[in-house]
Design a protein. Sequence first.
Length: 358
Amino acid sequence: MSQHRITRLREAMEARGLEALFVTSAVNRRYLTGFTGSSGYVFITADRAVLMTDFRYTTQASDQAKHMQVVEHAPKMTDTLKQLLSEAGLTRIGFEQEHVTYSTYAAYSEQLQGIELVPVGGLVEDLRMIKDAEELAVMREAAELADRTFSHILGFIKPGVREKDLALEMEFFMRKHGATSSSFDTIVASGERSALPHGVASERVIQGNEFIKFDFGALYNGYCSDLTRTVVLGTPSDKHRDIYNIVLEAQLNALAHIRPGMTGREADALARDIIKRHGYGDQFGHSTGHGVGMEIHEMPRLASSSDDVLTPGMTVTVEPGIYLPGFGGVRIEDDIVITDSGIEIMTQSTKELLVLDM
């Protein structure tokens, strides 16, 4: 794990006037340290980078976080935190406001009397928006595993199979090939259920002449992929083809024109305006995309309300859709990296309408 993430964090702390930061988010802890254990805290100042953990993990932490000072904390963790602050001569520390409950904050306040606790929002998350080369390499592998999973599941789609059976096969394949788990509960939504944007796999039995929407990803070495493809089993109607082609047109237009410097609002419009023009604007109710990385939903957002500016190194999804209750729905999604001149598409599964024999 590179020291440069700590350096960037210190620069961000200095910009906010913080001399010390206390990190409690498990995801942010792993980002900063590389430590994968289930318990630990990070303490950062201008000249110290400390990973506090308990007896169970000290050896693992020393192996995984070689650029950090590993400290076995006291039974009451705040006793060790208080000692670190005293050694640094500090009486003020930032904490991650999104990751500390009120009850935990109250406990910290009581146990750290004399220390000013400063709520801080999004400090590490802002750094995580820009992926480094090491992160991008892992994300490309996660995307490639999602592509292989989609190719694999095509051979299992037939009438009489439950959505849950397909989701389980996909989960097994991803884990067998190196994933820790799926990135989120796998969506397999067939027939009229494909009109549910987040129709997690159910007991419904796959039938013929209907859409089947797959939205899934692999959590691989700490990073998520997120892929959506929609297929037809049997014979597609003209309506199936029409809706599919509109969504495909919208998605391809967005992929062709997203550039660094563009806002999330502008990127969203690249897909949304096409769907609106075809008369389905009300049937596309979610954003065009979102950041993806160590978590399945990160910043920035590609949404009609988003002023986020796309910057090289950001990784986002592009996933327009149309959903018609009682009939079905289509979503097509890829993971992309913003580059200096445009984008790199990480997921490579075909977007041609796949019509599968019954």
